[in-house]
Design a protein around this ligand. Structure first.
Ligand code: UFG
Length: 326
């Protein structure tokens, strides 16, 4: 039986495929290559290029392969883009999940691990954020993921599909050998942008908004290493395989850094100057997002190993230098 990784050519999905292959699992990847890269998919995995909204395509994959469980990474996830183009998010994310659930029902596949997001919380009143805190998204991306969580809840009741929804905080870093990492065009996430500036790939970093309600006026985010994050999916599969009930978990580090602190840390770690300037706020950014991940630690037995900002930035910097050759 195989594990189907949707979006397995993307930044996080490709690390997932790598971990599963290393654990000798049979892996099938579906990706429409809109943001992912064929080179990033481990050779041991079977690859199908296509879009999950194409039900005929997806049904063909489920017909050919014996799928036991699905890990879903294939959503749009750029906060400011979702503010400008919300319908793209409701189509690809929400509509995509409807099609996936239909096919899972048809083929009697009952286990789903799902990438959700801290963006479901909106502007939380207390930090760190717990899973039981209110969800009030302030951008269409977060709204689409909350809708997807809710759809899975009802699909579980109606069809018995068990799911784990993992609410990621800010995922960063690269594989520990620096050979697999984030490669978007254009790049939108803070750490890769800062490191492109460190590596001479761009002139400067713009820091969006210096008047937020935080310790230095810049947004606070909780950065989690991609290798640790991916491991939580593996543990979630084990949890479902052992009869665990559908549930939602935060994945973060309990520590927040402001945009300015990230730039300063990157200067120190890379030894590069990194020009950074203040710029107007982007749309859809909450002041602060920091996770309480106690629930994942307790129930999934998730114990992140690479929480140090230095490891996150240095692995990502190694990758930034390597990615020029891809
Ligand atoms: N930022 C800058 N300059 C940049 C890019 C980003 O100042 O060039 C700032 C943003 O305004 C924000 C912070 O850096 O305050 C982090 O921004 P990212 O774009 O790296 O990440 P987001 O916090 O917008 O979103 C990420 C994921 C989402 C997820 C969210 C949860 O992309 O999918 O983390 O915390 F929902």
């Amino acid at each position: 039986m195989a594990i189907l990784v949707l979006g397995g050519a993307g930044y996080i999905g490709s690390q997932m495929v790598k971990e599963l292959v290393n654990k000798n699992e049979e892996v099938v990847v579906v990706d429409n290559l809109s943001r992912g890269h064929r080179y990033a998919v481990a050779q041991q995995a079977k690859f199908y290029e296509g879009d999950i909204r194409d039900t005929d395509f997806l049904s063909r994959v489920f017909t050919k392969e014996s799928i036991d469980a699905v890990i879903h990474f294939c959503a749009d996830s750029v906060v400011p883009e979702s503010v400008v183009n919300p319908l793209k998010y409701f189509d690809n994310n929400v509509n995509g999940l409807i099609k996936l659930l239909e096919v899972m029902v048809q083929f009697d596949v009952k286990k789903l691990v799902f990438s959700s997001t801290a963006a479901v919380y909106g502007m939380p009143k207390t930090m760190p954020i717990k899973e039981t805190d209110p969800t009030n998204p302030i951008n269409p991306y977060g709204q689409s993921k909350l809708m997807m969580e809710q759809m899975m809840k009802w699909a579980e009741q109606a069809y018995g599909i068990q799911y784990v929804a993992l609410r990621y905080f800010n995922v960063a870093g690269a594989s520990l050998d620096g050979k697999l990492g984030e490669n978007h065009s254009p790049e939108t996430h803070l750490i890769p942008i800062v490191l492109e500036a460190a590596g001479g790939i761009r002139d400067k970093v713009q820091m969006f908004g210096n008047d937020y309600n935080t310790r230095d006026g810049y947004n606070v985010r909780d950065y989690v290493h991609v290798v640790d994050l991916v491991h939580a999916h593996y543990l979630s599969l084990a949890y479902l395989n052992n009869g665990g009930k559908s549930d939602i978990f935060n994945l973060g580090s309990k520590t927040g850094f402001t945009v300015k602190e990230i730039v300063e840390a990157a200067r120190e770690i890379t030894g590069q100057k990194i020009v950074a300037e203040d710029a107007p706020r982007r749309g859809g950014d909450p002041d602060e997002l920091v996770a309480d991940s106690t629930k994942a630690e307790t129930i999934l037995e998730w114990h992140p190993e690479h929480t140090n900002l230095k490891t996150i930035i240095s692995t990502a910097f190694e990758w930034t230098k390597n990615k020029k050759s891809y």
